[in-house]
Design a binder for this molecule. Structure first.
Ligand code: NAD
Length: 250
């Protein structure tokens, strides 16, 4: 489904991002993952290569703090462009949480969450979309959250960032639709990754009660929807938010 497509995935060395990278590689894509740890990146590249359709596929990793505009711009314009002169698919997946009630939230926790989840998508998309417009094709997939749709006590920073991603995506979808570029969001519910394993057993069982499908999601559940949005199957789909949450938000 993604034969010869060049795909960049931020935060692609763990969790949902890694699952997307593995599934996309199994469908023939060349993959560039961006993340913060060299070690995690190396391990992810090995796993992605094993899943790839052919050893000829380019599977690489770059260390990059996606919240830093200059680092992102330099990386894309001086390095990634040599491997991927055309980027067919950009997945903005990097994210962090710094939870706490607003009344006690530190300014740094607000700033970090907005920078990594929201400012990052400005940084990466701004540099990638120009070439996509020239090519008159492209897919941009932003990994938001159901928290961006319905909020969650203790996550004002994260909810603001994830809602912001949705607004960004709808506005950009309108700007670039005439250039044949699709911009969509996925809003996962509760997915088993490093981000959710820190939740206490009590919180996890309370969450399970709210999921009609009676299980937490796995990264592959999200990756499959991302594959649809990355592929030609979704060529007439733009500005949408697809929830992947076992029916939690209905
Ligand atoms: P995760 O912690 O495994 O993945 C997050 C990735 O982002 C990591 O690989 C991390 O290295 C990377 N990252 C963090 N800061 C970065 C930075 N400054 N620059 C580059 N990379 C950075 O957790 P996950 O659950 O796989 O999260 C992936 C995305 O899915 C996030 O955007 C998260 O908000 C979103 N999400 C997750 C869930 C869930 O239940 N797990 C639910 C809704 C949305």
């Amino acid at each position: 489904m993604l034969h010869h497509k060049n795909v960049v995935i931020t935060g692609g060395s763990s969790g949902i991002g890694k699952a997307m990278a593995i599934l996309f590689a199994a469908h023939g894509a060349n993959i560039m993952i961006l993340g913060t740890s060299e070690e995690k990146g190396k391990n992810a590249v090995e796993a992605i290569k094993q899943a790839a359709m052919s050893p000829k596929q380019c599977i690489e990793y770059r260390v990059c703090d996606v919240s830093n505009f200059i680092s992102v711009e330099n990386l894309f314009l001086q390095d990634i462009v040599k491997q991927f002169p055309i980027i067919d698919v950009l997945v903005n997946n990097a994210g962090i949480t710094r939870d706490g009630f607003l009344i006690k939230m530190k300014e740094q926790d607000w700033d970090d969450v907005i920078a990594v989840n929201l400012k990052s998508i400005f940084n990466t998309t701004r540099v990638v979309v120009r070439a996509m417009m020239r090519e008159k094709k492209g897919k941009i997939i932003n990994i938001s959250s159901i928290v961006g749709l319905v909020g969650n006590a203790g996550q004002t920073n994260y909810a603001a960032a994830k809602s912001g991603m949705i607004g960004f995506s709808k506005a950009l979808a309108q700007e670039v639709a005439r250039k044949n570029i699709c911009v969509n969001c996925i809003a996962p519910g509760y997915i088993e990754t490093a981000m959710t394993e820190v939740l206490s057993e009590d919180v996890q069982s309370a969450l399970l009660q709210k999921i009609p499908m009676q299980r937490m999601g796995i990264p592959l559940d999200v990756a499959k929807v991302a594959l649809f949005l990355a592929s030609d199957l979704s060529d007439y789909v733009t500005g949408q938010v697809i929830t992947v949450d076992g029916g939690m938000v209905l």
